[in-house]
Design a protein around this ligand. Structure first.
Ligand SMILES: [Zn+2]
Length: 145
């Protein structure tokens, strides 16, 4: 039996059953890729290949065990809130406009200061203590480290 494999609609090669299985285990063929067996006209998802064992997805892409939070979430070390922080920009937009209107250079300085002093704040307690949930410190904080 020879299998024709295709990924993203493009044929990527012909493989024996053994080769095809090896390609799957190596991660060269993903579950969403398709294959065609000898004498068949129906493309079948690689995930349905008998005995196929796909490599586990990159753990960094996975949601952390015991949480529903993606790795992009942050944890507040002040109150324990986990989620997306809110972005706070210091200063006042009105002052920025005023400075720009009357004095060009202070306006630039003020704008730069506002941009660089922007920080992530906890949604709950407003503390600027948000750290990535996947970091070792956060894991220890959550009691999983
Ligand atoms: Zn907090």
């Amino acid at each position: 039996m020879i299998y024709v494999a295709r990924a993203d609609g493009k044929v990527i090669g012909k493989f024996s059953e053994q080769e095809f299985r090896a390609k799957i285990s190596a991660g060269d063929i993903s579950p969403n890729d398709q294959y065609l067996g000898d004498g068949t006209r129906q493309w079948i998802r690689a995930s349905e290949f008998p005995g196929a064992t796909f490599p586990k997805p990159d753990p960094r892409e996975q949601v952390l065990p015991g949480t529903a939070w993606p790795p992009s979430a942050k944890v507040c070390t002040n109150c324990g809130y986990v989620g997306n922080p809110i972005s706070i920009t210091r200063g006042d937009f009105a002052i920025e406009v005023l400075l720009w209107l009357f004095f060009l250079v202070p306006g630039i300085i003020y704008s730069v200061w506002r941009l660089t002093s922007r920080y992530a704040t906890c949604l709950k307690c407003k503390a600027p203590n948000m750290i990535p949930v996947g970091s070792p410190v956060a894991q220890r904080f959550l009691g999983r480290g």
